[in-house]
Structure formats: C-alpha cells, structure tokens
Design a protein around this ligand. Structure first.
Ligand SMILES: Nc1nc2c(c(=O)[nH]1)N[C@H]1C(S)=C(S)[C@@H](COP(=O)(O)O)O[C@H]1N2
Ligand SMILES: [Mo]
Length: 236
C-alpha cells in the first residue's frame, strides 16, 4: 500500500488502528476507570489520536486488548513450550531465574510514535529456552500466547534466536509489574512494541508464521523498527 512522503505512520496502520477502535477492544472501560488516578497527559505524536485514550506510566502507555489487566499467581504460573520440540517444557518463574540471565538496556518504541529510552530489562534468551526444549527439524517459527486470552504474536526462528530477544522477568529494574505484563513478558528489542507480548504463558514451535493479533489488525508481521509499517526513519 502506498505511503505518503513524510507521513510518520502509513495509512495502512491508521486503518488498522481505526479497526481496533471500532472493535472497541483497544482499552476497556474498566481499565480506564481503574487508571484515572495514575493517568497523566500524553504528548505523543500519534496521528490516529487513539493514544490519547491510553494511560501513561513512566513514559509507557499501558496497553491491553482486553477490558482488564489480567493477573496470575506467580507461584503457580508456568511458561509452556510446546509444538515441534523434543522436550515440551513447563517452566516456573524459579526455573527461568535459574537459567543464565541476560540484561539489556534499550529503547522501547511503539509503532504509534512514543518511545521510552534506556529501559533496563532482565530475562532469559529465547534462544536458550528453545535450545533446552530442542527444536525439531522442519520447524521455522514460533507462536506466542498470553494468559489475557486474546493477544498473540509470532516470530520466525531466526528472529527468535537473536541475542536481543528475551523472555523478561524484570523491566525498569524491578520485577515486571502486572500492568506491564508480569510476571513474564516477551521483549523483542529490534521490533516495535507490539511484538513484546505481555502476560506470556505459552510458546508454540510451528512450521509456519501465524500472524498475531496486531498483525490481523493491519501491522507488519516483521516489525523491524524503522523498516516496517511504512516508516523510513532510522532504527533506534
Ligand atoms: N498481551 C498484550 N501484550 C501487548 C499488548 C497488549 O495489548 N496485550 N500491547 C502491545 C503494544 S502495541 C505495546 S506498544 C506494548 C506496550 O507495553 P506496555 O503496556 O508495558 O507499555 O505491549 C505490547 N504487548
Ligand atoms: Mo504499540
């Protein structure tokens, strides 16, 4: 689809965002009510205008595609790794913390234009988890599941094995909060924020890329910062 010169976000995305708005799923009323006290004004350049609806926490907009921020018991929470693997896994938070930790300090960039600089992340390399599960020949992609029951995401295996793609249990120097997707979320540093699935509880190894929730609403499957969704600015 053609993108006008100088337009920060392609028309396709705007249509995608409007689609979300029309579906009424971008942010539920309950969440807006709950967040009244922690909401501060937004000075983002979001051409859709929809960011105005989204509450802010330390520069982040707190997203949920359901009508709430789901919560779970971190003691009983498990990350299930299934599909085309030799050893299906069910990892507890303690299991993850016992694996080698990776720390990243990188910007977080939403496709709508807001960015938080120098965010501290700690977690486990997705490639280490895949190595532990043993990916079967013929597998080429991953499907990610959230216990919010709605959001999904995908990566190719090559993307997933990058050294800047982690399953994060710390963000902003502390355990990932419920609102930010705790106890564990994905952090895909080189891609726009929608790839960093919150409330992660399942990774399925597949033989094809299955477009996730945001992709079904108009965003690129390959969400490289600065290279996708009609943007032509430099990667962060
Ligand atoms: N489960 C879930 N994960 C999600 C989203 C969501 O709505 N639900 N929004 C995505 C988008 S578009 C962005 S920009 C980031 C925002 O992260 P934050 O809510 O911690 O600021 O989460 C991503 N992961
Ligand atoms: Mo986003």
């Amino acid at each position: 689809m053609a993108v006008e010169q100088g337009t920060p976000v392609g028309r396709r995305i705007v249509l995608g965002m409007l689609g979300l708005g029309a579906g009424g799923v971008l942010l539920g009323r309950r969440v807006q009510g709950w967040l009244q006290n922690v909401t501060t004004p937004i000075a983002a350049h979001d051409p859709t205008g929809l960011s105005q609806l989204i509450p802010v926490a330390g520069g982040f907009r707190l997203y949920t595609v359901t009508d709430s921020f789901p919560s779970t018991n971190s003691a009983t929470w498990r990350l299930k790794v299934t599909g085309m693997v030799d050893h299906p896994l069910s990892l507890s938070l303690e299991d993850l913390k016992a694996m080698p930790a990776t720390q990243l300090v990188k910007d977080f960039q939403c496709v709508t234009g807001w960015r938080v600089q120098g965010v501290h992340w700690t977690g486990v390399l997705l490639s280490d988890i895949l190595h532990r599960a043993g990916v079967k020949p013929g597998a080429s992609a991953l499907a990610f599941h959230s216990f919010d029951g709605a959001d999904t995401e995908s990566l190719t295996l090559d993307q997933a094995r990058r050294p800047d793609v982690i399953v994060a249990y710390e963000m902003l120097g502390a355990p990932v909060t419920r609102e930010h997707g705790g106890p564990v979320r994905l952090y895909v540093a080189p891609m726009y924020g929608y790839k960093s699935l919150k409330w992660l509880d399942g990774i399925e190894v597949t033989n094809q890329v299955i477009p996730g929730y945001w992709e079904q609403n108009g965003y690129d499957v390959d969400a490289w910062i600065g290279r996708s969704n009609g943007r032509d600015d430099k990667p962060v």
